[in-house]
Design a protein around this ligand. Sequence first.
Ligand SMILES: NC(=O)c1ccc[n+]([C@@H]2O[C@H](COP(=O)([O-])OP(=O)(O)OC[C@H]3O[C@@H](n4cnc5c(N)ncnc54)[C@H](OP(=O)(O)O)[C@@H]3O)[C@@H](O)[C@H]2O)c1
Length: 410
Amino acid sequence: MKIGFFGFGCVGQGLYDILTKTNFNAEVIKICVKNKEKQRSIPSEIFTFDKWEILNNPSIDLVVEMIDDAKEAYQIVKYALQNGKNVVTANKKMLAENLVEFLEIQEKFGTALLYEASACGSIPIIRNLEEYYDNELLGNVQGIFNGSSNYILSKIFQEKMPYETALAQAQALGFAESNPILDVGGFDAKYKLCIITAHAYGLCIAPNEVFNYGIQNFSEYDLKFAQEKNLKIKLIASVGKISENEISLSVMPQFIHPKHELYYVENEYNGVIVEAGFSDKQIFVGKGAGGHPTGSAVLSDISAISYQYKYEYKKRQKRLPLRYVKHQILEIYVRYHQDEDLKGLDFQEISEKYEGRESKYLIGTISLENLFQLQNVLPERNIFIVNTGRKVIQNLFQLAQTEKQNLATA
Ligand SMILES: NC(=O)c1ccc[n+]([C@@H]2O[C@H](COP(=O)([O-])OP(=O)(O)OC[C@H]3O[C@@H](n4cnc5c(N)ncnc54)[C@H](OP(=O)(O)O)[C@@H]3O)[C@@H](O)[C@H]2O)c1
């Protein structure tokens, strides 16, 4: 195989190192990077700053895209696929935002796009959903999808490290995206969730249609609240069935109790729980970030390309009668200081309320749709929201109301 690399950062260098240490039969012909001043760890002849040296090189049959610029990555991947080159990428933002288009391009031009590294680093979840669970009745797929948020929360809970120090450490170790809000704001986990949903349920859902709320407003008060109850807080991405023909998606912090499978998944590790009708519960745990773990998933895709593997998007082909909805009811904890910061939060029921000198909190039930409507303003308020993780049984009246609304929108 003759490969052209785009990017020689954390993942690019990790992959290059892996290729030199394994017997995989592939040759890296060129590596396209951006910064002409940067010192490189390998001889300079292999580098180029001109993307066309790879894209228009007929001897290169595989493009491996590992840059941190989603817009440029989109142009590179699209051109390569349209011009007969297979592509492996790790760029979840670019994928999640353009999945439908890439599906069509692959079909039209007969090329393949693989992206196992884009979701949960070294955990082989995409190919498993595609191949292993192709006929399973999936109840839900949920977990810790973002290594740097998990690293930060682990350091806070285990070592009482200040948030900013933990974030700086995650960045120094190469776990964080160049723009940290993508990680701590829950965007990175959301992109991965959208990709996973396409392979779990066959629905390509635009990321801006999915609720994400991150950990950036986490405070010492929330830490105290959780620890007093022997709970941890993890950033959980979740997609699952809420009725026979409806699925719901969200990314938000969640209280995790010691018996939960994700309680001991710490630092840059990711954990994915797949609940299915016949296989029951299965748990995948592995490193979700870092050069070598991510590079190993990229290598696995390169190897799969060498034996002509392509995603068939099997669930999509089956055209399951599924709809994406947001009327799911959640129970949430909200820590706040001023009542006006609760504006627009339309609780169905409040089960607990506490007002202290330091802070106030309440626990109540609310619809995901309501949170979604406020998703741009919530991070700007002096509040922190955590899903309690408790299942809310909607009463018959609420169910009837929801059904009426569904019929009206249909
Ligand atoms: N880091 C992880 O653990 C991880 C895990 C899973 C997925 N990913 C994904 O993998 C991709 C790369 O992440 P990373 O952590 O390796 O990023 P990184 O360390 O910041 O490296 C980015 C690389 O992209 C190059 N680059 C940026 N814009 C370019 C352009 N227009 N043309 C050519 N090269 C360009 C940079 O060139 P210079 O060297 O010249 O600056 C650099 O080599 C991202 O999409 C990320 O989301 C990362």
